[in-house]
Design a protein around this ligand. Structure first.
Ligand code: FES
Length: 119
């Protein structure tokens, strides 16, 4: 089997209601993952693109969080309506969706303005 060209990780972590960091599952990330899988299947990309569930990606304040490798493109606040654009632009045409990208200052930095802010 040929290697995958891209891996897409969708955080589907579950936390109890009221947890201060929230969780992506509580923001419908499982539905987003399923929609990505379906789109990839329908486009015949299953052998080239792998959609995976992930545990917490430590970007909870930006959830639902999706990361695409090998580019290392982090998407935040993804909704179901964003799925078609991610698939068409990034997974089919190799062009990341800029409007959904998390700024470098948000990923793995203590100074991210979203940390501590409920969304
Ligand atoms: S719960 Fe999704 S990144 Fe932490």
């Amino acid at each position: 089997m040929a290697q995958f060209e891209r891996h897409v990780f969708v955080c589907t972590n579950v936390r109890d209601a009221g947890h201060p960091r929230g969780c992506c599952s509580g923001k419908h990330s499982e539905t987003i993952r399923e929609a990505l899988k379906e789109a990839v299947k329908n486009l015949g990309l299953k052998r080239r693109v792998r959609i995976n569930s992930a545990g917490c990606l430590d970007q909870c304040e930006h959830g639902p969080t999706v990361v695409v490798y090998p580019e290392g493109t982090w998407y935040g606040f993804v909704t179901l309506t964003d799925v078609a654009e991610i698939v068409e632009s990034h997974l089919v045409n190799g062009k990341p969706v800029e409007r959904l990208r998390l700024p470098d200052g948000c990923v793995n930095t203590a100074g991210c303005p979203h940390k501590g802010a409920a969304r």
